[in-house]
Design a protein around this ligand. Sequence first.
Ligand code: 5GP
Ligand code: ZN
Length: 115
Amino acid sequence: MPNECIFCRIAEGALPAQRVYQDEQAVAFPDLNPQAPTHILIVPRRHLASLAGATAADAGLLGHLVWVAAQVARAQGLDQTGYRVAVNTGREGGQAIEHLHLHLLGGRAMSGRLG
Ligand code: 5GP
Ligand code: ZN
């Protein structure tokens, strides 16, 4: 685990974040710079740099993260109105932090465009 990784530090509790969900594999907390009324990041506790490096052994964890996104969306009351889950990957995908994370965005109508 790279100890300079901000999301590893948040996951282990070394940096503060208002956790809206946590379990043994994942933590979820609000984005520092929200792009929507609800903008929550779901991150695995285990350091995975990005989706680009995922292997078959990571498939269960990836499924779990998507399930957590749905759970958090439900807890935030977004399941009736809808929401977006996004994973920016690599330079052209717009990924700024090299620890895999899902963005859960809701509370406003999302644009039809994805990029
Ligand atoms: P990316 O562009 O890598 O997909 O998204 C990184 C996200 O992390 C951005 O939306 C940014 O606002 C958020 N972020 C960056 N640093 C922090 C932080 O220290 N705490 C929290 N909660 N979010 C952060
Ligand atoms: Zn990390």
